[in-house]
Design a protein around this ligand. Structure first.
Ligand code: SAM
Length: 359
């Protein structure tokens, strides 16, 4: 910890001496370009393999729905509030890819701020999920209430039930639910504490929903068959389910096992599934549509987060972040950026899926 009046230049100099470099530095840009080339070579190896997870001994219809949720909360989502406030957009506090455009050129040329691009992401999701505004919606993994803020503001009759196991996120949302000026202060929002995979159907509200949705959560799902079966049991006849999560175009074996990559350090239990895998589970649902969203959208989001994070260091430094924590999260942004950058964002990105309950 250092004295309150220390500014970013002093902190940067101290960090530089400790071998920690910010996103605008030559050192960091060189590191990121090397990392990007490494990912490019990895993609080239697997791009045309035509293999699916099962060919690498990984099933998506066996085992628990998710695993390592406690470690995930401890190592990531329950990091101190000031850390997240320092880099997330101010309007939605969305902790998921923002949307700048369809193609790599549109993403690069977009003049949108992070705040505008997050709003565009939620507008795109609402359109693709076919939200009319009269639904009862269940949101798995609500973060800081980003989708809730969007839906409650834009759809005056919508009802939302949301769940997260994160104590930091729950405290944030509960605080806002007490503030009459906040969109989350609404009797149309119900918050559930816990893990979706652990709670029984009754605790989740039973068969009462028109739409079950998730944004940036299903990277944690291991058993796709079981999660879709549980979702099917929450839906009213004709109900829909929509999911947004990180995917790759082809299966990359090391990303099917969180112990095999450095990204697993930040997301215990998380995987990157190939785009086609989720739509192959059709016991309970018919696939209405699926989309691949160019990964440069995530590169740009992460780059903006990275710069905001670095700019927030004076206050983090004053509270509890030491050099090790600063380096840990600084490397996180770089690592994730390098993953989405190659092949103009065409290999790693986010997928959107819209399914309708059968029968
Ligand atoms: C990357 S954040 C996305 C947050 C939010 N959907 C957004 O877009 O801003 C992932 C969210 O999934 C939640 N999560 C992780 N494991 C979960 C589980 N087993 N059950 C419910 N939520 C979970 C985390 O607590 C966090 O809220």
């Amino acid at each position: 910890m250092i004295e309150a009046e220390t500014d970013i230049e002093d902190i940067e100099e101290r960090l530089r001496q400790a071998g920690i470099f910010g996103p605008a530095s030559e050192e960091m840009q060189l590191y990121e370009s090397r990392l990007t080339r490494f990912f490019e070579r990895e993609y080239a190896r697997y791009r045309d393999s035509g293999r699916v997870p099962r060919d690498y001994g990984v099933a998506t219809d066996e085992g628990p729905i998710m695993e390592e949720t406690e470690a995930l909360m401890e190592q990531h989502y329950d990091e101190q509030q000031d850390f997240f406030s320092g880099f997330l957009d101010t309007q939605y506090r969305a902790y998921s890819m923002a949307y700048y455009g369809e193609s790599a050129e549109e993403v690069r040329d977009s003049a949108a701020t992070l705040e505008q691009a997050q709003e565009a992401k939620f507008a795109l999701i609402a359109a693709r999920a076919g939200i009319r505004g009269d639904e009862r919606v269940f949101n798995i993994g609500c973060g800081f209430g980003s989708l809730e803020t969007y839906l409650l503001k834009h759809f005056p009759a919508i009802e939302i039930v949301s769940i997260t196991p994160s104590k930091v996120q729950l405290a944030h949302i509960r605080g806002r639910m007490q503030d009459p000026a906040d969109p989350l202060c609404s009797d149309r929002l119900t918050l559930i504490e816990g893990a979706f995979d652990q709670l029984d159907l009754q605790a989740l509200g039973g068969r009462s929903y028109d739409l079950v949705i998730s944004v940036a959560v299903f990277e944690q799902v291991i058993n796709m068959q079981a999660v879709l079966e549980k979702i099917a049991s929450l839906l009213l006849p004709g109900g829909r389910t929509f999911h947004h999560f990180i995917t790759s175009q082809a299966a990359i074996p090391q990303f099917l096992n969180p112990d095999k990559t450095r990204i697993g350090l930040y997301f215990p239990g998380g995987r990157v599934w190939p785009h086609a895998e989720f739509s192959s589970h059709t016991d309970h649902f018919e696939v209405c549509d699926s989309w691949f969203v160019n990964g440069l959208n995530y590169w740009r989001t992460l780059d903006e987060w990275h710069h905001r994070y670095w700019g927030s260091l004076p206050s983090l430094y004053r509270s509890t972040f030491d050099h090790e924590q600063i380096a840990h999260w600084n490397n996180y942004f770089s690592l994730c950026k390098a993953m989405f950058a190659p092949v103009d964002g065409c290999f790693y990105g986010n997928s959107h899926y819209l399914f309708r309950l059968k029968g």
